[in-house]
Design a protein around this ligand. Structure first.
Ligand SMILES: Cc1cc2nc3c(=O)[nH]c(=O)nc-3n(C[C@H](O)[C@H](O)[C@H](O)COP(=O)(O)O)c2cc1C
Length: 154
């Protein structure tokens, strides 16, 4: 059984939560995969849970052309957990962002993912407001691609 941890910040309108749910749907289409979703605006991620994950899906609204604070705290916690000897870095990941007209916050996620030696396994999905139209299927596909990658890793 492979464990996918979906870490997302959603607060204002639930846009990013909606996208996270679509990513989770895609993950669950792959056999032998279990999914845990954590809204880091409501709850901090336990680093034991992060350690047990085989892959991360990371989502955020664009806040001032940067990721929102909850996701940044997740990255900070990963760094500290790594220094404490936990196996939380160097995992596969995908990323998704919602925005109100910008969307460049995706770069901040990729930068910190690189710092944590995470490997991006599919192109990111960036969407204005809540996903509609093709963004719905692209979000599902993002989750499916991550889960398939995790299963193939063995
Ligand atoms: C504090 C704050 C800052 C924001 N900054 C930006 C921004 O710089 N660029 C942008 O396109 N949208 C910006 N937005 C809009 C959000 O990214 C957008 O509404 C997002 O979909 C909200 O996601 P949520 O409903 O999951 O919280 C901002 C919203 C808030 C509350």
């Amino acid at each position: 059984m492979k464990r996918i941890l979906i870490v997302y910040h959603s607060q204002e309108r639930g846009n990013t939560r909606r996208m996270a749910e679509l990513v989770a749907k895609g993950c669950r289409e792959v056999p032998d995969v279990e999914v845990e979703m954590i809204n880091v605006n409501e709850q901090r991620v336990d680093m034991n849970v992060a350690e047990q994950a085989d892959a991360y899906a990371l989502g955020s609204p664009d806040y001032f052309t940067y990721m929102a604070g909850g996701l940044k705290t997740f990255f900070d916690d990963l760094c500290l957990a790594d220094w404490a000897g936990k196996s939380v870095k160097a995992k596969p990941y995908v990323a998704f962002v919602t925005h109100g007209g910008g969307g460049d916050a995706i770069k901040s996620i990729h930068d910190l993912a690189e710092a944590m030696e995470l490997t991006r396994v599919a192109p990111s999905v960036i969407c204005q407001w809540a996903p509609t139209g093709s963004a719905i299927e692209r979000s599902v596909q993002l989750g499916r691609a991550l889960a398939e990658y995790a299963v193939k890793m063995g």
